[in-house]
Design a protein around this ligand. Structure first.
Ligand code: C5P
Length: 234
């Protein structure tokens, strides 16, 4: 792996996790004895290529100080924003003066705690010579329907549909530019790739593992615990 440009991690962790229905944000719920966010960050920190990881935290976050990262020189923090994209942009601003325009940034959801080191390395290896970058994704095994008011209005050809996962890996300068433009235009982007697409870039797809799930609903917690246990035996 050539290390001509530095690699940085960005973890948006400022969501409230409404769909979990829990009284603490989902990134702090325990899975196999540790908060979700701790699993996620430990896995990212196991990738030596990442110079540092910026974590975007909610302004009212009282849980972060209990995690064992306060003295970790590879962890930086930034204020989260209203939407995920605002949190990512704030984390990118924290890297100003540290990252150069062509450095790579890997943005990874706090809620994807089952990310494997091997998938992060695969993403880096497959994209580090690409001009734009790309994302981990999974081909859809289900047929997808467009639905309006409970009625199917469209069937999407599943051969052309992939589910976007994270990390999503782009150059610092173009990612900052794309997210800033989307914010100025008032466009809501739910991942980094769509911000780049709006600027006319063509991100690549790298097939990821199906166990890279995002904690969204209560039942995801036990599924994540199962995957973590399985991965230990690999
Ligand atoms: O809500 P969703 O699961 O799509 O959130 C994906 C990630 O974005 C989570 O890790 C969440 O903490 C983060 N997020 C954020 N700032 C927000 C909303 C979500 O950092 N305002």
């Amino acid at each position: 792996m050539s290390l001509k440009h530095a690699f940085w991690g960005v973890v948006p962790a400022a969501g409230v996790g409404k769909r979990m229905g829990a009284n603490i944000p989902k990134q702090y719920l325990p899975v196999s004895g540790k908060p979700v966010l701790q699993h996620t960050l430990e896995r990212l920190l196991s990738v030596e290529a990442l110079s540092a990881v910026v974590v975007a935290l909610g302004l009212e976050d009282g849980f972060w100080p209990d995690l064992p990262f306060a003295d970790n020189p590879r962890i930086l923090v930034a204020d989260g924003g209203k939407e995920r994209a605002d949190s990512v942009l704030s984390a990118l601003n924290r890297l100003e003066g540290l990252a150069s325009a062509d450095d790579w940034v890997l943005v990874h959801d706090a809620a994807r705690l089952c990310i494997t080191r091997s998938d992060v390395l695969k993403l880096i290896e497959q994209l580090e010579h690409d001009p734009v970058g790309g994302i981990l994704a999974l081909p859809s095994s289900d047929t997808l329907k467009g639905v309006t008011d409970g009625i199917i209005v469209d069937t999407v050809d599943r051969n052309h549909v992939w589910r976007a996962l994270t990390p999503q890996m782009f150059r610092y300068g173009s990612l900052h530019d794309a997210l800033s433009s989307a914010a100025e235009l008032g466009l809501t982007v739910t991942d980094e790739a769509s911000a780049l697409e709006l600027k006319g870039h063509t991100p690549r797809i790298v097939e990821g593992r199906p166990d890279n799930i995002k904690i969204t609903r209560p039942e995801d917690l036990s599924l994540a615990a199962f995957y973590l246990e399985q991965q230990c035996c690999e």
